[in-house]
Design a binder for this molecule. Sequence first.
Ligand code: ADP
Length: 502
Amino acid sequence: MYILHVASEFAPLAKVGGLGDVVHGLAKEQALLGHQVEVILPKYDIIEPKNLKNFSLSMPDLWSFEDSSRFHNAVWSGFMDQIKVHLIEPHHNSYYFNRGKIYGTPDDVERFLYFCRTACEFLHLKKEKPDIIHLHDWPTASLAPIIKHIYRDLGFSYGSIVLTIHNIEHQGICQPANLSRIGLRGEDFRTEERLQDPKYPNMLNLLKGGIVYSDLFTTVSPTYAKEIMTPPSSFGLDQVIKKFELNFRGILNGIDLETWDPSKDPSVHSPYGTNPTFIENIRKSKQINKEALFLKLGMKPSKGPLIACITRLAKQKGPKLILEAIDYTLKQNGSFILLGSSIDPEFEIDFQNLERLYKNHPHFHAKLSFDEELSHSLFASADAIFIPSLFEPCGLTQMIGMRYATLPIVRKTGGLADTVFDLEDSKIPLTLRNGFTFENPDQPSVEKVLKRVITCYQNDKNRWKQLMQNALSTNHSWKKSALVYELLYKESIKKAFPFKAA
Ligand code: ADP
């Protein structure tokens, strides 16, 4: 199959969080399965093209449209892991992708709508037509209505369109005029059947457009698929999803086992294999890594476990619960390292205070930025990783943690509930229990779970070891999910053009 992903992130070129990892991991596995796989991304100024092989200008003149004006763009292409990556560079007077960051500018909607229209123009000019156009989240969801209302009539042919919702919180809610700017009359789309936002009827919802106009759509875990069909989790889109329920699936993400491999990871001080039989060697290496990291960060060893938290500090990730966990862990003589980026303004002061509060604390370190290298060495040094998300579509850090024999401590929600099974959960076979879970997003529940973690670490070394072995044995490779996507793609082609597939 010829599979084309259109996305706003692709690790390691452009990554804010899990979306970048997922688009890369899935595309790489699809290429390994023998498919022809390409990815289209904006050419952000933060991208380092040296990461792409044979990088060159592939289409010097690509014209696109906004507000009845024509704008010039160039397309650059190169290869990574057998995936052909196309970077669209707008020569637009708003410098749409030269902002030093991927999201978080007041004109995000305009930037990504322009990208969607330009990507369609690129696809239309390309000789080969994709079997699958796979869209990811609101920034690229609009390709679906643009293709079906403009490019299909211009003779553009393709197999089918699939959308994946990685996080339903962000939907691209905008004015009809925004859509008009890129050539679809916004007011015509402000209807319940099309893009009208369910909560704000004067507005359009770009993610809803992707749901309505794609042939099939997915989200990134079975539990999150159920959750977002209910009001508290759907951020207003539950009825829309229910209407198209037959087109909807929950497919669990995987992780890229090459990127996340403690035996070959260049950021790991003392590399170690992942074969659970050699658990003693793994424990020794992890201890060496921990000591080296403590030394590097100016920390002193503690009696308790080293708990890590590697996260965006968005409300979704439970910042208050993270603060409570730090406080409790330190009081119980454990160590805590926080690597947190993109702090929600609501919590900025709390985290600034935290740095001041625990300045020079021998068992605490916080780095409040994005640091890929530190994240890798932290996964290899910590005993446990704390993930108290209020909601979590899939979550990757629990899976990466397990791959590094770092036990996940998670709130039982979304993909976390599908991948982490508590030490004391009698409904789960002993060999599948791979971490610690808690239900309620409150201080008593956080303290209760951490108490169990610290007690087990200090007093029940054999059980801890068994959990590490179980975590290492959990299969998080992309292979299984990529095969499920393959079936889904076939189904979606049949659905889009039954006569073609017959
Ligand atoms: P989300 O996509 O919601 O941010 P995920 O758990 O799906 O959460 O994926 C997070 C990815 O981003 C993981 O690869 C994690 O290691 C990485 N990450 C998150 N915060 C940071 C940070 N501050 N520094 C480095 N990597 C980070």
